[in-house]
Design a protein around this ligand. Structure first.
Ligand code: MG
Ligand code: ZN
Length: 381
């Protein structure tokens, strides 16, 4: 009897873990958060002289990060974060081709390709035709390219920059697309989609055959300073902050360190994937912790851009999640009290912050597709 019960528990655990991919959509209302982990923002030189056009672009996407999410982070860190230091600010309208409220597939695809598509699409247009992404265009023009995310690297946002599939849930097809582009660096979760596949392929072995240095953590890759690099930091998604540690800022720094070797320049996309999941959960602590972690990654990008002078840093979101409203807080104590209107996404425009070479092109209100158009034209492609 005891044996039967243990078997049942085991099967239950298997069912729960195989569904873990979409767990983040469960609601768990927590309005109040008091921060205890404060950090100083990076020291940016005043009157830095940047080139007019960037050699390198670092695009950081806070999934589900609207103005309220940014302000909750500002409040929690007692009045300032790295994003607050970015002088050029605009707003991006996020509507998709078939919906007033976008999902992360269509939202990511718009930022990556400059075209609006249907919700759920990855790198394809409304007719399911492949459209080139800024990462692929950069690669074709001789630049180095990279993707970093806290979610599985095959999840909608990073996938939009490298994959072309009609449905965002085709994770194994998305993983296979990583071998079709010579992306230089990618760091995130999702190892199972590379190794535990229905088609029996082992994509980690295939990556190694293509001369990728493959690791399980940023720490493990310490000695790597150049070449092709793939770091798959977990089987599925990484853990929520603080359990995953400083993976995102460290991965951002690692990617920059390797990509900057390319004399022609680089394109890097970094995603704070789980701000969105905190929004779906209506959980203020989750949102603030993920936003602050994302902001520390922004700090790594700003630090590099400040000294490099030929780098553009853009920080934006694909959409807002939760209809978050800040109802109370304390700037001196880092306390935030928020409420929510939905467990889904909302239609409101999201901020675009820019710093460095060409940053003054990002003021104003425009469609999300313009972020792609501006990056492409600043690169001169
Ligand atoms: Mg995402
Ligand atoms: Zn979402």
């Amino acid at each position: 009897m005891k044996h039967l019960f243990l078997t049942f528990l085991f099967l239950l655990a298997v069912v729960v873990s195989t569904n873990a991919q979409e767990d983040y959509k469960d609601k768990d209302l927590k309005k109040y958060f008091e921060n205890t982990e404060f950090y100083s923002v990076v020291d940016l030189p005043q009157n830095a002289k940047f080139k007019k056009k960037p050699k390198n672009i670092i695009l950081l996407i806070g999934d589900g990060m609207g103005v309220a999410q940014v302000f909750s982070a500002i409040t929690a860190n007692k009045g300032t974060i790295n994003m607050s230091q970015m002088p050029h600010v605009g707003f991006s309208q996020t509507q998709s081709a078939d919906n007033y409220i976008t999902d992360s597939g269509a939202g990511g695809t718009a930022l990556a390709t400059g075209q609006r598509t249907y919700n759920g699409a990855i790198g394809v247009d409304v007719n399911k035709k492949t459209i080139p992404t800024i990462l692929e265009i950069s690669e074709k023009n001789g630049l180095a390219t990279g993707l970093v995310s806290t979610s599985a690297i095959t999840h909608a946002t990073p996938a939009s920059f490298i994959s072309h599939v009609p449905d965002r849930n085709l994770y194994e097809d998305i993983a296979a697309d990583f071998l079709k582009v010579e992306i230089d660096v990618f760091i995130g979760g999702g190892k199972d989609f590379f190794t535990q596949r229905k088609d029996g392929r082992n994509l980690v072995d295939e990556l190694k055959q293509k001369n990728y240095q493959v690791y399980n953590s940023v720490e493990e890759s310490k000695g790597v300073e150049s070449g092709l690099l793939a770091i798959l930091t977990s089987e599925k998604h990484n853990e929520v902050y603080p359990n995953r540690g400083n993976m995102l800022p460290e991965a951002t720094q690692k990617a920059i360190q390797v990509l900057q070797n390319n004399k022609k320049g680089f394109f890097l996309m970094v995603e704070g994937s789980m701000i969105d999941w905190g929004g779906h959960a209506n959980n203020t602590e989750y949102i603030v912790q993920e936003s602050l972690d994302f902001d520390r990654a922004v700090g790594k990008a700003l630090e590099f851009a400040a000294s490099n002078k030929e780098t553009l840093v853009i920080v934006t979101a694909d959409h807002e999640t939760g209809g978050m409203a800040i109802e109370g807080g304390s700037m001196t104590e880092g306390k935030v009290n928020a409420n929510y209107t939905t467990g889904g996404h909302t239609a409101i425009m999201v901020p675009v912050f820019a710093y460095g070479a060409g940053a003054d092109n990002f003021a104003g209100i425009y469609n999300n597709t313009e972020v792609f158009a501006k990056m492409k034209s600043l690169f001169g492609f």
